[in-house]
Design a protein. Structure first.
Length: 116
């Protein structure tokens, strides 16, 4: 189990990006209002569908829909094909990121967590 380390993108000039190769189950820390983006680069030979799951996520009432959305099962990232990269702005899925956050289903994906 690897912990995905964030790279701060604040300030000027280039910086070295921390890349974490995912295993069967990995963790990350989500900071609210950090404008964080999780970049998932599938360097494998097949498509992968990672699941980002916060252990404390339950459900959220969605204004304008009059419905409650169950977030307890985590956020399933759309299939990432071999050689493709997906970027997920974490503030857009924040209701899934409560408590300890794990990523499964992304074995061998290269992950980068960028905070602005």
């Amino acid at each position: 189990m690897a912990a995905i380390t964030a790279t701060s993108m604040q300030g000027q000039g280039p910086r070295e990006i921390t890349v974490t190769t995912l295993g069967a189950s990995d963790t990350l820390v989500y900071k609210t209002n950090a404008n964080a983006t999780l970049v998932l680069n599938n360097v494998t030979a097949g498509a992968l569908t990672p699941l980002i799951d916060g252990a404390g996520a339950t459900s959220v009432s969605v204004a304008g829909l009059g419905a409650v959305v169950d977030t307890s099962g985590g956020f399933l990232v759309s299939s990432i094909g071999a050689g493709e990269t997906a970027a997920i702005p974490l503030d857009t899925i924040s209701e899934y990121l409560k408590g300890v956050i794990t990523i499964t289903g992304g074995d061998a994906i290269e992950a980068q967590l960028l905070e602005y």
